[in-house]
Design a protein around this ligand. Structure first.
Ligand SMILES: Nc1ncnc2c1ncn2[C@@H]1O[C@H](COP(=O)(O)OP(=O)(O)O)[C@@H](O)[C@H]1O
Ligand SMILES: [Mg+2]
Length: 326
């Protein structure tokens, strides 16, 4: 196994959550590689385990009863599970920053924007308060915030959702982090604001050569932002490959179904198609292919085990044994 690859590598990661008194797998056997300077999209419907996977990279979730059953996550070859508390704090925000769907998750309503930004910088960079304040002002300007000196003195409540997300992005880049985990960073925003936040993320990613793990349920966003994609269903990765390969030749029926749900593809004025049925929750996954109960191509053999790389063409892999229709 290639254990010393640069970047963030998840290898056969299995995570469990608590359901009542039981521990059940919610992420199973997930392997992903986020290389430096690349953008990896993690796509799937709600409830597929995307956030659990993303949060695991910073070892978040452990306080909400999420446990690692097996597998590993490494940063430049070093296991994150071997880190002590202090090193873990340095990693969080220092090397790997996280942007959430709801920016208030990460902002504290009782502290000003300036004090929160400078605290992050002073924690990770050896910096006095005045230097940090100056840098904070420059960062707010860099993420497109007008009147940055004024915003530094404001509290999160005074800002719009889009502005708060810009502040979080400023915070993420303030420490020189090389990787950003962005979990549905624009889902809660108006469409016009979404577009501008994505433009900002893309510009910063390119200028700073950031490695970005972009969690989304939106294939349009994947096409715009990502180099590589991993499609997740019921806790497992069912297809991976470059964006070009996946869009040219989506192989798994689930990937195809998700792509049909893109608003740009649905005819104007028509109802957005949805995939019939629901994502099975942890503890209720079918044996064999987990998508089989919803799959138009499912055959009897799909109820048995489906091998990890049932289909493979270079780095493009899909966990499906069926031939898709042309
Ligand atoms: N802390 C937790 N305890 C119990 N169940 C959880 C926890 N976090 C997530 N889950 C469940 O695990 C599944 C995957 O959740 P999540 O990773 O948030 O999905 P996604 O981000 O793809 O929408 C869901 O069924 C969710 O209800
Ligand atoms: Mg989520």
């Amino acid at each position: 196994m290639a254990c010393h690859r640069q970047g963030i590598e998840l290898s056969a990661l299995t995570l469990a959550v608590r359901v009542g008194s039981r521990q059940v797998a919610a992420v199973s056997d997930v392997s992903l590689h986020l290389a430096p300077g690349r953008v990896l999209g993690l796509v799937g419907e709600s409830g597929c385990g995307k956030s659990l996977t993303a949060q695991a990279v910073l070892r978040l979730g452990e306080h909400q009863g999420v446990t690692r059953i097996s597998g590993d996550i490494t940063l430049d070859g070093q296991s994150l599970f071997a880190l002590e508390e202090k090193a873990l704090r340095r990693l969080r925000g220092g090397q790997v920053a996280m942007i959430f769907q709801e920016p208030m998750t990460a902002l504290n309503p009782v502290f000003s924007i300036g004090s929160q930004l400078t605290e992050v910088m002073r924690l990770h960079l050896d910096m006095d308060q005045q230097t940090a304040l100056n840098k904070a002002e420059a960062l707010l300007a860099e993420v497109g915030i007008q009147q940055p000196a004024r915003v530094l003195r404001q509290y999160p409540d005074a800002l719009s959702g889009g502005m708060r997300q810009r502040v979080l992005i400023a915070m993420a880049i303030s420490t020189g982090a090389r990787y950003i985990i962005a979990d549905e960073p624009t889902t809660a925003l108006d469409v016009s604001v979404q577009k501008r936040i994505i433009e900002l993320l893309r510009r910063l990613q390119q200028q700073r050569q950031l490695g970005v793990l972009l969690v989304t349920h939106d294939f349009g966003l994947v096409a715009e932002m990502c180099d590589d994609v991993a499609v997740m269903y019921a806790g497992e990765i069912i297809e991976t490959g470059s964006v070009e390969a996946l869009f040219d030749q989506p192989r798994h029926p689930y990937t195809r179904a998700l792509m049909q749900c893109r608003p740009e593809i649905a005819a104007a004025g028509s109802v957005l198609p949805v995939i019939e049925g629901n994502v099975p929750s942890p503890g209720t996954w079918p044996v064999g292919c987990r998508f089989a109960p919803r799959c138009p191509l499912a055959a009897e053999s799909c109820q048995q085990t489906v091998p990890l790389n049932a289909w493979q063409q270079g780095s493009h892999q899909a966990r499906c044994v069926r031939e898709p229709e042309a």
